[in-house]
Ligand binder design. Structure first.
Ligand code: XMP
Length: 516
């Protein structure tokens, strides 16, 4: 989908903050894309960017095997901003010298601006210090010909540089992180002042071009979409529906592992409010029998995933000839980021990833260019209610991975009641939107309690609430003791079969958000 002709390309050298650069640029309403540092010159020309950003990265430019871009990027006539490693690479490739710094700079540093042209337009020189975020062990010792220092810091005589005639600028620090207080100004100066972009990438313009491109691709064919009630699939359904109306059929599979009333409210919302054509299948019996006696988390996940594919496929066949599957793939899933670490698989995620090949369907992925927060913005622009947009993530395998041990109807009923209480109290106290996720987990053990004068020997429920930006890392939420107290006493008093509630105080890593 060609969303915008005016774009910035970010060449990724493996920095942890490459995606942040993209977000910060998009916040200025300028479209940008991340590509591996090894992108060819021909491909860059084809993409016709207004400018390039070279990201930071974990290597040193003089390391054996350090990632190098084609030095021809400096011959394309494009503005280039180098950040940290990207800055050092620019300096090396254009004839300067980078060396290991005697004193490494990590964390906050004070920057003094020497020239208020270009990147530092709007800043002041002469004794004013700006807080920036450094993270490097190398520094520029000799600037290439034609370059001059535009800012210095305690340990960097070249904390920022620019070419006197060409649109090449470089910063040793990270303008994309919040600790660099003038970071947004620096990026704005680059994209508007140096690349001459205009702030035209809005959700409104995104919808117009996405709708046009879905219509052009689909023609008069039929499209299906797996609805889960989650934000991504809901927004996909809404935008595809706007483009092609009833050529879209959504399929909702109730796997019997949903929260109390969830299936009903999802269906009511899509059918009555959004006027979508929705086929719903109650496959509770099928899933519960597939899960009978299963205790291993990975076996649970695989059975639920495969069961979903089977049911979805059966329903889709009943619709006759269908050519496309609309799917909520987001930008972080498609970026070919440069990773210098091997990642071991931790959990098999349940999603619709396997469907297109099995069913020989072509994909429509209207959210491929968007980050999660942009998807939310898009949903609001499409008229979806805040309640649906700011819903906490709920995993595909549902309550199945929040019941430790075997999943039975009785245990599902216990967890559902506890879960309702957690949600009610989180919402009532205003904490629901402050945390990333909050939920109850049913443990496979019983403990002794006393109720009235009698001994009880019943289940334990754990409460999990986490703060996170992207679910890659998470910290346990510091919920007020009063709130935890209310949740605990309500669960113990109202849910038959529970006599103990505990709070999970583990962060990710080393724990994960879900317990299975
Ligand atoms: P973990 O437990 O891996 O979870 O820390 C990270 C985030 O992913 C969600 N999650 C899933 N989402 N299908 C999904 O769609 C799954 O199989 C799945 N498993 C975990 C989890 O709720 C958290 O937000």
């Amino acid at each position: 989908m060609n969303i915008q002709s005016q774009k910035i390309l970010i060449l990724d050298f493996g920095s942890q903050t490459t995606q942040l650069i993209a977000r910060r640029i998009r916040e200025q309403k300028v479209y940008c894309e991340i590509h591996p540092y090894s992108i060819s010159l021909a491909r860059i020309r084809e993409l016709q960017p207004a400018g390039l950003v070279l990201s930071g990265g974990p290597c040193s430019v003089y390391d054996d095997g350090a990632p190098l871009s084609d030095a021809g990027i400096f011959e394309l006539g494009l503005p280039v901003l180098g950040i940290c490693y990207g800055a050092q690479l620019m300096i090396e490739q254009l004839g300067g010298r980078v060396e290991k710094a005697v004193k490494r700079e990590f964390g906050k540093a004070d920057l003094s601006v020497r020239s208020t042209e270009g990147l530092f337009a709007g800043c002041e020189t002469g004794g004013i210090h700006y807080q920036v975020w450094m993270s490097h062990g190398d520094r520029v010792e000799v600037a290439p010909e034609g370059f001059e220092a535009t800012a210095v810091s305690g340990n960097s005589p070249y904390a920022a540089l620019r070419h006197r005639e060409k649109p090449f600028v470089a910063v040793q620090f990270h303008p994309e992180v919040a600790h660099t207080l003038i970071g947004a100004d620096i990026l704005r100066n680059f994209i508007f002042g140096i690349c001459n972009c205009s702030p035209s990438w809005t959700m409104h313009s995104f919808i117009e071009s996405a709708v046009a491109s879905i219509r052009a691709k689909v023609g008069s064919s039929k499209v299906i979409c797996a609805l889960s009630g989650g934000v991504d699939s809901s927004v996909v359904a809404a935008i595809v529906h706007r483009a092609i109306g009833d050529q879209l059929t959504c399929i909702y599979v109730n796997n019997g592992l949903m929260r109390t009333g969830e299936s009903k409210s999802i269906l009511r919302f899509f059918r009555e409010k959004s006027k979508l054509r929705v086929v719903d299948v109650d496959a509770t019996e099928y899933f519960l029998s597939e899960l009978q006696g299963v205790v291993d988390p990975e076996v649970k996940r695989k059975r639920i995933g495969l069961g979903f594919i089977k049911i979805f496929e059966d329903e889709a066949h009943k619709l006759g000839q269908v050519d496309y599957l609309a799917q909520g793939t987001l930008y972080p899933d498609v970026i070919e980021s440069v990773s210098f670490r091997g990642a071991a698989p931790i959990k098999s995620h349940h999603n619709v990833g396997g469907l297109p090949e099995i069913m020989k369907l072509s994909l429509i992925e209207p959210l491929r260019e968007l980050f999660k927060d942009e998807v939310r913005e898009l949903g609001l622009e499409l008229g979806m209610p805040e309640e649906a947009i700011y819903r906490q993530p709920f995993p595909g395998p549902g309550l199945g991975i929040r019941i430790m041990g075997e999943i039975t109807r009785e245990r599902l009923a216990i967890l559902r009641q506890a879960d309702v209480i957690v949600l009610e109290e989180m919402k009532k106290s205003g904490w629901y939107r402050k945390v990333w996720q909050s939920f109850a987990v049913l443990l496979p053990i019983q403990t002794v309690g006393v109720m009235g004068d009698g001994r009880t020997y019943e289940n334990v429920v754990a409460i999990r609430a986490v703060d996170s930006r992207d679910a890659m890392t998470a910290d346990w939420s510091k919920l007020p003791y009063e709130l935890l107290g209310i949740i605990s006493s309500r669960i113990i008093n109202e849910v038959r079969g529970v006599n103990r509630v505990v709070y999970d105080i583990s962060s990710k890593p080393p724990s994960t958000i879900e317990w299975e």
